[in-house]
Structure formats: C-alpha cells, structure tokens
Ligand binder design. Sequence first.
Ligand SMILES: *Cc1c(COP(=O)(O)O)cnc(C)c1O
Length: 418
Amino acid sequence: MKNTLEFAKQADNNDKLKSYRQKFLFPQHAGREVVYFTGNSLGLQPKTTQQYIQQELDDWAKHGVEGHFHAKNAWLPYHEFLTEKMAKIVGALPEETVMMNQLTVNLHLLMVSFYRPTKQRYKILCEAKAFPSDQYALQSQIKFHGFEIEDALIEVAPREGEYIIREEDIFSAIEKNKDSLALVMIGGVNYFSGQVFDMKAITEAGHKAGAIVGFDLAHGAGNINLELHNWNVDFAAWCSYKYLNAGPGSVAGAFVHQKHLSNTDLPMFAGWWGHDKQTRFLMGSTFVPMKTAERWQLSNAPIFSMAACRASLDIFDEVGMNALIEKSKQMSAYLEFVVEDISKQKNNCLQIITPKQNRGCQISIVAHGHGKPLFNKLMENGVIPDWREPNVIRCAPVPLYNSFEDIYRFGEILKGLL
Ligand SMILES: *Cc1c(COP(=O)(O)O)cnc(C)c1O
C-alpha cells in the first residue's frame, strides 16, 4: 500500500463494486462530494429510495384503504417483501427474521420473552459502556422485574489502560456468575471501539452457563459476517438506518432462533400483527401466535419506512455480503495504513483503538493532544466522520459507496490540519 493519490485511484479502478457509488446521493461541500465516513451512523440515501416510496404514495392516492390488497406491493404482507433479503444479511432463516418497530423497542419486546429472571438466576451480562439506549433498556428491565441494578447487571470492561475488551474476561465473568446468570446481551460490534466480538463463542459460553444469549447488531447488520442461526444465538435486534441505508429512524430488525418458534407458551407482549395470518381478520378475542419471528410484531407495518428499507435491501441482495466484506477489509486496512503513515510524520499523535483483526469497516482514532477541535476542523473541510465522547473520532469507510480515494483525501485533509 502507498499513501498516494495514484495508489488510491488504482485501487478504485480494480474495485469490482466501484459502480455502486453512483447509486447513492452524497452531501456536497464546496462543490464536491464530502468524504462521508458516517455510514455507521446514518447510511446514505440510495437514488432508488425515492421511487420506492413514491410507489406507495401513488398507490395510497389511487387505492386508499384498498392499497392493503391492491397496491402494486400489497401493504398487508408488505413486511414479508423484506424478510428473505434481511435474513440473508444476518445469516438467519426467513422464519427467524422480521422487520418491525425500532431497535430499542425490539430489544424490549425480545427481553420480555427472553429475560425471565428467577430468584436464583436473574443477572444480565453486558459490555461496559454499551450504547446508552441498551444500558437504559437493560437497567429498566432489571428494575421492572424488581431486582437491583448494582446486583443484577454485570458489565465487562476493558482492563486498565486498554480500549478493547478481552474476550477471556467475558468468558471468565460468565463462568464466575454461572449459577445466577439469566441473560448475556452484548453489542456484537462495539459502537465506540469498532471491536467485533466472537459471537459464536460467547453464545456457546452463555448457553453452557445456562443463560440465554442475545445480541444488539446495530453496528453488525450490513457490516460484518453474521451467522445467527448457525451460531445458535437466541435472539437479536438491529436498526436499518446505519449500514443498511434505510433512512433516519427507519424500521428495525429482529431475530428469534428457530428452536424457540414452536414454543407458543413463551411469555410476550402481543399485538394483532403477531396473530396467525389466516385468522387475523376474524378479529377473535384470543391471541393465536404465529410460529415465526413475526409473532413479535405488534402493529401493522409502517409502509413508507419499509419501502425505504426495501430499496436498500435490494441493493444489498444484488451485491451480497461476501463481496462487501472483502472490500471492507481492504478499505479498513488502507485507512489504517494512511492514518499510521500520517501519525509517524506527526509525532505519533494518532492512535487507532480498533483491533486489527476483529473489526468491520469502522476505525476509531484517538488524536492525542487534539480532540474535538480537530474533529470540528475536519467537518469544516468537507469530511464527515463522527465524534464520540470523550476522545474518539470514528471513521467508517463503507464498502458500498466509499472509495479508496475518499480515504486518501481524508488523510491529506487530516495531515493538513495536524
Ligand atoms: C444506534 C444504536 C441504537 C439506537 O437505538 P434506536 O432504538 O434505533 O434509536 C441502539 N443501540 C446500539 C448499540 C446502537 O448502535
């Protein structure tokens, strides 16, 4: 690798996915596309999204309520149009996958079924400094069941002076609490450091201890290889507006492993969209649960946000996760190379805290002695990374629409500012 424009352009020329950049709308700065490194926060808009939503607006105008049956894409089963493509991305069976609600809502709904604390077994293990919404969700579930947060929540932290959580520390915490552990609930990819956890091994360890294992995949879905079914994960939830480009606040995803689907006695919060489809409109007073992940649906589907999600999932389906991951590895390696090259020229002030192996496309950088003002200046100069307190600049070159030249340009602007 070389930190030169020539090298970056050559890498773009060799990139089999380079045409996909043209399928997305980029914010502009000073007459050109910004260096957009925030696909891990809000993915860019596919150019096709507008027509997918327009189709539903047109069908609403044309059919009114009859659109539930007669829209080009009938609204009644609309969520089903997303299921198979979504399932492929997370390594699930279609029956294990559903698009519904928002991420935090789904975490709660799934914990209603899968966090069933008893006097002996009531603890939840998570990573320290989990995304705030996950912390609030876990804490409120614990309180809801009448337990004390200090006693019931086990947070595994990086060791003193380290940024990355050692997996051995997760395993030993599971082992240590094996008689009282009810649930392991971890962000599969840490939003701050970009660390990817060995979800297969954590699932095995959790199960061995007699606990249920769930993952928040907000930073995993559409970013890394996931095999939720094969890994035997109990449940998972993710949003669609980060790597999946479905637009701000768009509909989220949920996974429930096949092995739980035949158990119709699972406690849950129910709504009419989780009722058996054949008899839903008989409007009976007894809930008849579906034997798929659709059981956890409460309400009829938000069609416009589903349409936006569908536009993006169609692109993912065309490209495939394998090709994306291959390019993602090349891009994060190149970004790492460029950052280290610049750091050497600038008193080693840049430290990458993301692990070299277990990561997706996000690289988290600590700029010693610079901090937030450096981030602000990057923004003023047409780069959009993001800032996470207290000291991290997150950069996610996403394989679907970022280029190697983006990475080179980022490096040049960064170097100029240092
Ligand atoms: C982005 C993110 C969320 C956001 O939750 P919403 O319910 O979609 O607002 C939650 N958890 C994690 C780990 C995230 O990265």
